[in-house]
Ligand binder design. Structure first.
Ligand SMILES: [Fe+2]
Length: 267
């Protein structure tokens, strides 16, 4: 199986810009690149911040842009989204019995679990008891299958204090960890929110994220009172799954770096 991970596309109303750039035009270029080079992927999964302000016109713009992508699309919401307009505007989204935007999707590699970590009126993340109950049920229902977790806020601190201040509630994060470890076959966790390439393991579970379609977060282990931005290039990730192997390739699709032959592999 091969799929694409995109995150934090932050679509605005047409013509609007953020920090002097247009996330919509960046996403357009990303989709052009994906259609050209990865139309064979099984799906594209977007881990939230689908729009910047969560408004109806922004979701309409997101719909128009994403419709050009030739891949099956799965997505979830982030702190910049609003559940009502998101559910109305993007048919790929679906709500659980409590109205949280989460779903479990069978794929060729196992069950993709798309989680809702949004908290109303703050950029921080949460995963309340109702959401935990839903996750527990999904993991129980699929106890014999590989599971892949997707969420906007990662359930851990990263050492970057400004972003960790708007991270996941600690108790809720611990609950996710207990459930994920208890399942015993969570293959990988994908997240967004940080607008930075990041990977590692958490309770024995591999995780990864990467850059967004707007301003990126600068690597900063000291500043706590302001999120520093940096005009680094946007990225997407190509994920291949073969048996027990997961391989993730990051691509800076806007890069103007020249290609150069390095000779044959025997040299
Ligand atoms: Fe974001």
């Amino acid at each position: 199986m091969k799929f694409i991970h995109l995150t934090d596309i932050h679509v605005t109303e047409p013509g609007a810009s953020l920090f002097g750039q247009s996330p919509n035009l960046t996403l357009d270029r990303c989709i052009d690149d994906l259609n050209r080079n990865h139309a064979d992927a099984d799906l594209c999964l977007i881990t939230g911040d689908l729009t910047h302000n969560g408004t109806v016109p922004e979701y309409a713009a997101a719909r128009d842009i994403l419709d050009r992508l030739k891949l099956r699309k799965l997505m979830l919401i982030g702190n910049h989204d609003q559940r009502g307009p998101a559910l109305d505007g993007l048919s790929e989204l679906s709500a659980d019995e409590h109205g949280f935007v989460q779903q479990a999707v069978p794929t060729g590699a196992g069950i993709f679990v798309l989680m809702d970590t949004k908290t109303d009126d703050t950029h921080s993340g949460a995963y309340c008891a109702a959401r935990q109950d839903w996750l527990a049920r999904v993991l129980r229902d699929h106890r014999d299958r590989p599971v892949w977790l997707f969420m906007h806020h990662p359930p851990f601190e990263t050492g970057m204090p400004a972003m960790d201040r708007i991270g996941m509630n600690r108790n809720d994060a611990a609950a996710i960890a207990r459930l994920a470890v208890g399942h015993g076959n969570v293959r990988h966790m994908f997240f967004g929110h940080f607008h930075r390439p990041m990977s590692g393991t958490w309770n024995g579970i591999p995780f990864s994220s990467h850059r967004s379609m707007m301003l990126q977060c600068a690597l900063d282990f000291e500043t706590a009172n302001e999120v520093g931005g940096i005009f680094e290039e946007p990225q997407y990730a190509v994920v291949t799954v073969t048996g027990d192997m997961t391989c993730i390739h990051y691509h800076d699709f806007d890069s103007t770096a020249m290609r150069q032959s390095m000779g044959g592999p025997e040299e």
